[in-house]
Design a protein around this ligand. Structure first.
Ligand code: C2E
Ligand code: CA
Ligand code: CA
Ligand code: CA
Length: 277
């Protein structure tokens, strides 16, 4: 332990196994990432299937770690959720996405909602007031914010979640159900929860062309959404065949590498400028 650099924490008290020490190191690194602004938001466009126009952007977090380089969310969000660090990280994401969207509007770019992913722990009673504060501070209209929640988010404490979702809706923002079709919940929540859109999970979209069951599920989700008066968006669209299938089956919106990857602020600004021109 002698010659360790100042930021190079090592934990090897005899009572700690490597797993514990790895987790402790991760916790310290993530805490530092917050303080030193090592997180970044990438933005991926959402497009209308009718005319290909841009109708939104999803904010996706990355961690630019000095030790590990660019770390994808799957490698730290689950840990952040477990440890509660997702709360300050989630607040940072909301604030950053709202301020960025306002900046795009002030630059004269098309007015589109920015979508932010919410972890289950974030959907608590204090969230509506926090969101309301962020909207006021950023000057962003509530109609330009969308929250993406998963089915599991709402299953934990359904009664409280319904109340929180209604309080969020009263602010005027949009709510969509992410990864739709992969959770364990019953469909009955769709009647009780104030949601505006369903996002078809990319695992179904991936297989629509070669797997009849996936194709049937995607068609069923689109019908279900429309019967319930919800918008429906397909994520993970990677090729023209998937695009054609979704268009033919009256899906409303698409998102995926075929149209645009998640981009840095600079790249997304350039992309949006080209779309507008
Ligand atoms: P998600 O919300 O389902 O996001 C979609 C994921 O699919 C993103 O992965 C995106 O980069 C990726 N993707 C987009 N288009 C395509 C495509 O055409 N093909 C394929 N194969 N993938 C595509 P990413 O950015 O690695 O994010 C993974 C997950 O991490 C997200 O899944 C979301 O659950 C979580 N996440 C990301 N940002 C945040 C955040 O700010 N807060 C929270 N709580 N979770 C986040
Ligand atoms: Ca999402
Ligand atoms: Ca307040
Ligand atoms: Ca998803």
């Amino acid at each position: 332990a002698k010659e360790q650099g100042r930021n190079n924490f090592q934990f090897f008290a005899p009572w700690m196994d490597t797993q514990v020490s790895n987790r402790l190191e991760m916790l310290i690194n993530l805490r530092r990432a917050l303080d030193q602004e090592e997180f970044k938001l990438y933005y991926q466009p959402k497009l209308s299937l009718k005319d290909g126009s841009v109708i939104g952007a999803e904010a996706l977090i990355r961690w630019q770690s000095p030790e590990q380089g660019m770390v994808p969310p799957d490698r730290f969000i689950p840990f952040a959720e477990e440890t509660g660090l997702i709360l300050p990280i989630g607040e940072w994401v909301l604030r950053t996405a709202c301020h960025q969207n306002k900046r795009w509007q002030q630059a004269g770019l098309p007015t589109i909602p920015v979508a932010v992913n919410l972890s289950p722990r974030q959907l608590n009673q204090s969230l509506p007031e926090f969101v309301s504060d962020v909207l006021r501070q950023s000057g962003l209209d509530a109609s330009c914010l969308e929250l993406e929640i998963t089915e599991n988010v709402v299953m934990k404490d359904a009664e409280k979640s319904v109340a929180t979702l209604h309080a969020l809706k009263r602010l005027g923002l949009q709510i969509s159900v992410d990864d739709f079709g992969t959770g364990y919940s019953s469909l009955s929540y769709l009647r009780r929860f104030p949601v505006d859109a369903l996002k078809i999970d990319k695992s179904f979209v991936r297989d629509i062309v070669r797997d009849a069951d996936s194709a049937a599920i995607v068609k069923a989700i689109i019908s279900l959404a429309h019967i319930l008066n919800l918008r429906v968006i397909a994520e993970g669209v990677e090729d023209e065949e998937q695009h054609a299938f979704l268009k033919e089956n009256a899906c409303d919106e698409v998102q995926g590498y075929f149209f645009g990857k998640p981009m840095t602020v600079e790249d997304f600004t350039a992309w949006l400028t080209r779309q507008a021109g």
